[in-house]
Design a protein around this ligand. Structure first.
Ligand SMILES: N[C@@H](CCC(=O)N[C@@H](CS)C(=O)NCC(=O)O)C(=O)O
Length: 260
């Protein structure tokens, strides 16, 4: 396997799994560097990330920044990191030479598929690739709502809940329709649209860990009747996540859900 992409992130992170799963399928090696979410404030965010020494972590550091999304405390991001990753987010991927930053997990996923040796993972022509992009874009809209929902679930308002429920309904009904016509999301073959879906949807289902909090607000899990209302979507998730290429990366992440 040729070394292609280096990814820096907190770990485990389903957004990173997208690229790793694709890498396994299309024989692209992906190097993942990172640490537990809480530890990432002790790392230098750079194309050569490293753990910081105690004395390097202060407000006087030239790399000192305040987390913007998902991180609340101090972070240490180099200027080079921000040049490559202007939004300052992880997962943050770098080309093999380290000079090109690729951000947004779906784009990192695309980069792996483009570099790989697989005839159908990113479609077999430009129009199929564009159709796959359509699903990735729709998935990002859903995933962004899910990110806000999960990060703010403890202080969630009715308005926030409604936004998430609407984004969920829109996304899932489109996927159910797609899967009524084909075995995979974008057509008859497994593509990166399926990989992205599995990782983002598995992450969304973590709302199940907050059932009690939602109940106290008089709210139900958004995914409550999911398998009944959208059986194809849920069985696609469970089918793919059980396959070796997926399960070897996702580990036990969905086990709690499967037991429910
Ligand atoms: N849609 C992006 C989400 C990336 C994102 O928002 N990452 C957050 C952590 S969940 C981040 O890196 N925040 C950096 C900060 O708070 O400064 C993706 O799929 O990669």
């Amino acid at each position: 396997m040729e070394k292609v992409l280096k990814i820096f992130s907190y770990l485990p992170n389903p957004r990173v799994w997208k690229a790793v799963i694709a890498g396994n399928i299309c024989e692209v090696s992906v190097e993942v560097i990172g640490d537990k979410p809480k530890q990432l404030g002790k790392w230098l965010w750079d194309s050569n990330p490293r753990e910081l020494e105690e004395q390097e972590m202060s407000e006087n550091s030239p790399h000192f920044r305040v987390g913007k999304r998902g991180f609340s405390g101090a972070l240490y991001k180099t200027d080079d990191f921000l040049k490559a990753h202007p939004f300052g987010t992880v997962p943050a991927a770098f080309s093999p030479e380290g000079n090109i930053g690729v951000f947004e997990s779906n784009s990192i996923l695309r980069a792996v598929a483009r570099a790989g040796n697989h005839s159908t993972l990113y479609g077999s022509n430009n129009y199929e690739a564009s159709r796959i992009d359509s699903y990735l874009d729709a998935g990002l809209v859903f995933a962004r709502e899910a990110q806000v929902y999960l990060l703010e679930i403890e202080t969630l308002t009715k308005e926030g809940y409604k936004r998430m429920a609407a984004a969920y309904e829109f996304y899932v009904s489109g996927l159910e329709e797609s899967l009524s016509n084909n075995s995979y999301i974008a057509g008859k073959d497994l593509t990166i649209a399926d990989i992205s879906f599995v990782c983002d949807f598995a992450q969304f289902l973590r709302e199940g860990h907050y059932e009690e909090i939602l109940k106290n607000k008089g709210l139900d899990l958004i995914s409550k009747n999911g398998p009944k209302n959208n059986p194809k979507v849920y069985s696609h998730l469970l089918d793919l996540s059980g396959r070796e290429e997926f399960s070897s990366v996702m580990g036990t992440y969905l086990d709690w859900y499967k037991k429910e």
